[in-house]
Design a protein around this ligand. Structure first.
Ligand code: ADP
Ligand code: ZN
Ligand code: ZN
Length: 817
């Protein structure tokens, strides 16, 4: 009997592909192992085995595989099931999920580029002949493709060799898109060789008689080496001897001490350094009990706890319980870069049991984390990560925490799978029989709705920790202030007063403006022209620090213009304002204070955020201006005042969620004020002081906002009452996109009538020279989701079969907002 396997290829293919294998291979192969297989004319891909069987495919002849790449599965059967769910729910292929789900280093294929790992420590004796050959070849040639490696090694089956070198940390694959892997180094101190003799030592101590601090350092080091052969960290030496880093440095300069560096594991903690869990206050305790109670009968719980109510400590208690039962924990965060604070807190409690999965991690770091989780290692009991960490190979999840569950960054927009990690985490939890806790001060409308309708349980926490009061919120009517000439630039007299007072008390200020750049739009007073991006349908944004006009969609930029590009007039004016403008005005108004800015432009690079956040924490910045990055879970102790420069840009966003999002953003940014005893203050500047959302923010009325917004959603047929599927067509040929969209909308309307909206151009209808057109499908609650998707898929297939529309790309997005 012939044997076959089904293989998931990392390509957008509807079906699994079948390959033929030998009898011994059939006995060896298990679902979740990697195999190298031929596909297409002459390409080789790495695929994942999804099943072993004896049924030959009907329509094609199964080709044999090239190689088995694993001894044991790298993908668990749970993951395979989860991928299936993701593909069917989000209307993409399992191949697309596979690509997102496992580190690219696992997916060697014809186009893979192999390079030596920089600064690799290579034990040449530990390499096989083939491995050594490749290692040597890579020293002559900095990067090689698989095809070239096949030539050098003179054999077809090179993927196992590369895999093994990846594991031995000799080579990296596809590195060019990522940052280089940098092992973390720790500084150690030792006594210079010449003092190893006792006599020399005594002489030294005598010499240092008149330098007691230095003497203490030597003494500490001496008694350490007497007791232990472990190296001593510079940090510890300073701590134990009570010496400053200056004292130690002068001993190094004298040649008495020597410093050296050792590579440390990214997550290394000594047990003794761990903090005890804090004592919960009565409100936290009650919330914890309610959550645990609900977990006896329900799987998902929503914790609605106001900002600074101490939700994290409750999570910590639940995490502690789960790991003490030997389970794994997943802690999902909207964005890692902004939460170094939180990670530090978790590591203080759980030490090296915490592992972090970062969006800016390099290929190697991702592989490391993936392997630790796969091996169910003690170093990966608690995974803290961004949305993509739902793809890690968990064995036995006991708890999933989704912190700031309302955040839109849990949704992936591009490429497929276009999943929402919060929603997917609920499904993942069910598969593992794990409990799921969603936490937020401003829950997503859907989550609150689910809680109200008993899909989730609901626990409230209405007190800030330490009985700190919620900040006092004041609304400033800037239309009125303009009329009365009480505005200085974009600052009302009230905001300026409060800033002055805060600064004079040596406290800090946060100013929120949801737009980067200087003055978004440059306009000619004579002819009305404003410079546009040639590739996208948007105006260019002025950035003063480099005197450029930039496109925020494609990065196109030109020098700032002194004359109108259309009529040549020099009378140009700017409209609107961004963070950079706020910063410039502040510098003029408060020349004696340090002003910092946090937005996409100042936080590029791996440590961009950390630098700014640290400087603010250390008090090196008095006023921090920023975009919505400021809202995410930061805990600053000394901020008394938060100013929202202009609420209206948020409220007027063309999206059915604009009001919900404005409420969440404003309340979250307000929550940064007054986290200690002294009550904080929030000023909201707006042209619409009576807008219901502004009012609801000022009175902290989540429930009221929820009821009102829910009513609107019901009326206008939006989630949670209707599910949405957005179909976007895009292409370089304007009329093809237009015709295609009409065709598709018409076909959809045949099946779904008035629940099809569009086609419509989005607000920015052309990006990077591609035209966009959207169709929105609304699915009522009583209509079967899976049947609907089947019909949609059929229609899309017919669409793709029409020759003139081949050049039009179709993107399907389920739950797009
Ligand atoms: P939230 O996440 O709800 O906004 P946090 O968990 O950040 O709030 O807590 C706010 C502050 O209160 C933090 O600085 C935290 O260290 C402190 N805190 C919370 N609970 C306790 C506790 N039980 N004992 C001591 N400090 C606590
Ligand atoms: Zn002009
Ligand atoms: Zn552009």
């Amino acid at each position: 009997m012939p044997h076959f396997i089904n293989v998931i290829l990392p390509l957008p293919l509807e079906n699994h592909f079948t390959y033929s294998i030998s009898e011994p291979e059939a006995a060896f192969l298990k679902p979740g192992m990697r195999v190298a297989v031929p596909f297409g004319k002459s390409k080789v891909y790495t695929g994942i085995v999804s099943g072993v069987h004896q049924n030959a495919p009907d329509v094609y002849e199964a080709k044999p595989i090239e190689q088995i790449l694993d001894k044991t599965p790298v993908v668990t059967t749970q993951q395979l099931k989860f991928w299936q769910w993701l593909a069917s729910y989000y209307m993409c292929t399992e191949g697309e999920v596979l690509r997102a789900a496992i580190p690219s280093a696992f997916l060697l294929e014809s186009e893979t580029i192999v390079q030596l790992l920089k600064d690799a420590e290579v034990d040449e004796m530990a390499l096989s002949d083939d491995e050594f050959l490749l290692f040597e070849a890579l020293q002559r040639q900095s990067a090689m493709k698989i095809a070239e490696i096949i030539q050098v090694l003179d054999k077809k089956t090179v993927l196992p060799v590369i895999n093994s070198l990846v594991e031995k940390k000799v080579v990296v694959v596809n590195q060019e898109i990522y940052e280089q892997y940098k092992p973390k180094l720790e500084r150690y101190i030792k006594l210079h060789q010449r003092y190893s003799e006792e006599a020399a030592m005594h002489e030294l101590l005598d010499d240092l008689n008149r330098a007691p601090k230095q003497r203490q350092v030597i003494f500490t080091l001496f008694s350490h080496t007497a007791r232990s052969s472990d190296p001593l960290k510079a940090k510890e030496l300073a701590k134990k001897s009570g010496a400053s880093s200056g004292t130690i440095k002068s001993l190094i300069d004298k040649g008495v001490l020597e410093e050296y560096h050792l590579q440390i594991d990214r997550n290394q903690f000594e047990e003794g350094d761990l903090d005890e869990l804090v004592q919960l206050n009565e409100f936290q305790q009650k919330a914890l009990e309610e959550i645990e109670d609900s977990f006896k009968t329900e799987d998902v719980c929503l914790l609605h706890g106001i900002t600074s109510s101490g939700k994290t400590e409750i999570y910590v208690e639940l995490i502690e319980k789960a790991i003490s039962e030997g389970k794994q924990v997943l802690y999902l965060l909207p964005e890692i870069a902004l939460t170094a604070q939180l990670i530090a807190r978790l590591q203080n409690y759980f030490g090296e049991k915490v592992i972090v999965y970062h969006s800016k991690y390099s290929v190697n770091e991702r592989v490391e984390v993936y392997q630790q989780v796969l091996q169910n290692s003690e170093k990966a009991r608690i995974v803290v990560g961004v949305r993509s960490s739902i793809f890690l190979p968990f064995h036995d999840l006991g708890l999933i925490v989704v912190d700031e569950e309302h955040e839109s960054t849990f949704k992936q927009y591009d490429p497929a799978p276009r999943y929402n990690a919060r929603d997917a985490a609920v499904v993942l939890g069910l598969m593992h029989k794990a409990k799921v806790l969603l936490g937020s001060a401003t829950p997503a409308l859907e989550s609150y709705f689910n809680a109200e309708h008993s899909k989730y349980s609901l626990v409230n926490l209405n007190r800030r920790f330490g009985n700190v009061l919620l900040p006092e919120i004041e609304i400033v009517d800037i239309k009125d202030k303009h009329r009365k000439k009480r505005m200085t630039g974009h600052f009302s007299d009230r905001l300026l007063e409060e800033i002055r007072e805060t600064l004079s008390n040596k406290e800090q200020v946060i100013l929120f403006q949801n737009r980067r750049g200087f003055s978004p739009i440059l306009e000619c007073n004579t002819c009305g022209h404003s410079p546009q991006c040639p590739n996208c349908d948007v105006s260019l944004t002025y950035h003063s620090h480099n005197n450029q006009l930039r496109c925020h969609y494609c990065g196109y930029h030109i020098a700032m213009q002194n004359k109108c590009m259309a009529c040549g007039s020099v009378e140009l004016s700017t409209k609107g304002f961004g963070t950079e403008k706020v910063e410039t005005e502040l510098k003029a108004l408060f020349p004696g204070n340090k002003i910092g800015r946090m937005d996409l432009d100042t936080t590029r690079g791996k440590h961009g955020y950390e630098k700014i956040i640290n400087a603010f924490e250390q008090g090196e910045i008095d006023i921090l201006v920023g975009t919505q990055m400021l809202t995410k879970g930061l805990d600053f102790r000394n901020v008394r005042l938060v100013g929202i420069m202009n609420a209206d840009t948020l409220l007027n966003f063309p999206d059915f969620r604009a009001h919900e999002r404005s409420f969440q953003l404003m309340l979250q940014v307000a929550g940064r004020a007054g986290r200690t005893e002294k009550r904080g203050k929030v000023l909201i500047q707006t042209y619409n002081p009576h807008h219901q959302i502004v009012q609801q923010v000022s009175t902290n009325s989540y429930e009221e906002m929820y009821k009102e917004q829910l009513e609107e959603r019901r009326q206008y047929k939006y989630p949670p009452f209707y599910r949405l599927v957005r179909i976007t067509l895009k292409g370089r040929d304007y009329s093809r996109v237009n015709e295609g969209a009409e065709w598709l909308a018409t076909s959809l309307k045949n099946s779904f009538a008035e629940n099809v909206l569009g086609p419509e151009f989005p607000p920015v209808a052309r990006i990077r020279n591609e035209y966009y057109k959207n169709i929105l499908l609304k699915i009522p609650q009583q209509q079967s989701l899976s049947k609907t998707k089947k019909v949609v898929s059929k229609i899309l297939q017919s669409f793709k079969a029409i020759a003139p529309y081949r050049s039009v790309k179709v993107v399907v997005n389920v739950d797009p907002y």
